[in-house]
Unconditional design. Structure first.
Length: 95
C-alpha cells in the first residue's frame, strides 16, 4: 500500500481465489470517501500499483492484453492506457 504525499489516498491490491495456476487481482483506491475499484478483478491480474509523482495516474502491471505489460489508469476519469507491449514479463513499475 502506498500513497502520494498530500493526496490522502492509498492503493491496495486484492488477490482473489487461486487454484494454484490461475490468479486474479484488482487495484482499489481507499480514501475519505471509502473504497473504489479501479481495475476489474475478473480473470485479469492487475498488480504492483505505483503513483505518478503528481498523483494523477497509477502505473501497474497487468495481463489484460495477454502478456504481463505495464498500464496506467487516470485517477480522475478511469481511462486505461497500455504503456508497454513486449514479450517480457513487466513487473514492479515505478515512475
Amino acid at each position: 500500500m502506498q500513497q502520494p504525499p498530500g493526496h490522502g489516498a492509498h492503493l491496495v491490491e486484492e488477490v482473489e481465489g487461486d487454484s494454484g495456476t490461475t490468479m486474479a487481482s484488482a487495484i482499489y483506491l481507499l480514501d475519505a470517501q471509502g473504497a473504489r475499484v479501479l481495475t476489474s478483478n475478473g480473470a485479469i491480474q492487475d498488480a504492483n500499483p505505483a503513483w505518478s509523482p503528481d498523483g494523477r495516474q497509477i502505473l501497474f502491471s497487468s495481463n489484460r492484453g495477454g502478456n504481463l505489460d505495464l498500464w496506467t489508469i487516470d485517477r480522475a476519469n478511469g481511462a486505461l492506457r497500455q504503456v508497454t507491449d513486449d514479450a517480457a514479463q513487466d513487473w514492479d513499475p515505478a515512475f
